[in-house]
Design a binder for this molecule. Structure first.
Ligand SMILES: NC(=O)c1ccc[n+]([C@@H]2O[C@H](COP(=O)([O-])OP(=O)(O)OC[C@H]3O[C@@H](n4cnc5c(N)ncnc54)[C@H](OP(=O)(O)O)[C@@H]3O)[C@@H](O)[C@H]2O)c1
Length: 351
């Protein structure tokens, strides 16, 4: 006699209790099976499926990628690694001299064409978008990396958030990203059409754990990244019939000027390793199994995303409270560091 029959025979005789327990057992088996399958999908996405071949996005055939926030950190790495894969690069960000240096590095290392468009995304000036359009309208662009972003300088309660910081975060992360996409996406669409089905287009947008989990003390940044999640997913539905893959890329911390973390660790990769995982995993969800057109590509971030989603849940009170205490303590440390720096400057002045 099988153990399942044993189990069923050991259930009480009362019919209501019997069927309730059988139902609970079936639900349990179903949940466990889907959990195992989803975890299996995470592991296959991360460690088994071969890297995406960028030929499908026009690599080595004169196509261009536009990268925003391309002069530093993650954006600079996207520019370098896309150039390495054989795309010419339009570099967009604030500081002209930094853009020129990255353009030179790319041209020297990877022998692809580059173009720079200096652009202060915080100004939300229509003239910027016109300038961008003028600079790129005749290029066969197939890829857009919406990477430019700003966070709070240190974690801060929403009611104490400086208004300029609040406006800049929303303008850079949301308004500028959407307007840049309105300029570039029609060009990608035309490039894909001209290729007669040979190439696809790609629009990647940088999300964040800040947008995945409501994040107290980074409330404006958190909301701006959650906005990008919904917008990017909606756009994915709209543009898939045009042959354009639209994907939101979710990341936990990465070493950069923005995160103010210099040393990488198991859960905090450097920009190079993070971007390598993002480009390798395009079209796969990694840790974002529950989300359409979304990827959490770096392996430890993926396991964290999957773990939170399958335990307490991203919108739970417990996740919110843990996030609150973590950011309160980061704020305390940042304030202490600021006070120490101010004290040493005033001591130097007095000497
Ligand atoms: N680092 C992380 O831990 C982390 C985690 C999750 C998500 N992300 C997201 O990843 C993206 C890149 O972050 P990162 O850490 O690489 O940042 P970063 O190192 O601070 O680099 C930011 C880039 O954006 C440009 N930029 C900043 N403000 C600008 C403005 N007003 N106008 C035009 N360009 C501007 C900078 O240009 P300049 O060099 O000229 O200033 C630089 O090229 C952001 O969207 C961020 O939210 C980062």
């Amino acid at each position: 006699m099988s153990s399942i029959e044993d189990l069923l025979q050991s259930l009480p005789d009362n019919r209501v209790v019997y069927y309730t327990l059988v139902f609970a057992l079936l639900v349990g088996v179903f949940k466990l099976t889907t959990f195992v399958l989803r975890l299996g999908s995470v592991l296959v996405d991360l460690f088994v499926v071969p890297p995406v071949d960028f030929v499908k996005y026009g690599a080595h055939s004169g196509r261009w990628a536009v990268v925003t926030g391309a002069s530093d950190g993650i954006g600079k790495e996207f520019a370098l690694q896309l150039a390495k894969r054989g795309l010419a690069i339009v570099l967009v960000s604030r500081t002209k001299s930094k853009l020129e240096a990255v353009a030179e590095e790319i041209a020297t290392k990877y022998k692809v064409d580059t173009k720079i468009v200096p652009f202060d995304a915080a100004s939300d000036d229509e003239a910027n978008y016109l300038e961008l359009e003028k600079a790129v309208y005749d290029l066969p662009i197939s890829v857009l990396i919406n990477n430019v972003g700003q966070s709070h300088s240190i974690p801060v309660p929403f009611l104490e958030t400086d208004t300029t910081e609040l406006r800049n975060i929303i303008t850079i992360n949301n308004t500028a990203t959407l307007r840049i996409t309105q300029v570039i996406a029609p060009i990608i669409k035309a490039t894909v059409e001209k290729s007669r089905g040979k190439n696809r287009g790609l629009i990647l947008t940088m999300g964040s754990f800040g947008g995945l989990l409501p994040t107290p003390y980074l409330a404006v940044y958190s909301g701006s990244k959650a906005f990008l999640q919904q917008w990017s997913n909606a756009l994915a539905g709209e543009l898939s019939a045009d042959g354009i893959d639209v994907e939101l890329v979710i990341s936990y911390l990465v070493t950069s000027a923005m995160s103010k973390i210099r040393r990488s660790s198991l859960t905090i990769p450097n920009a190079k390793d993070f971007v390598a995982s993002a480009l390798k995993g395009i079209g796969r969800r990694g840790g974002a199994q529950e989300r359409y057109a979304t990827s959490t590509p770096f392996w430890t971030h993926a396991l964290m995303h999957f773990g939170i989603d399958n335990t307490v849940g991203v919108y739970s009170k417990i996740a919110n409270q843990l996030n609150l205490s973590m950011h309160q303590s980061i704020r305390q440390r940042a304030l202490r560091k600021k006070a120490k720096a101010a004290a040493s400057i005033s001591a130097e002045k007095n000497d």
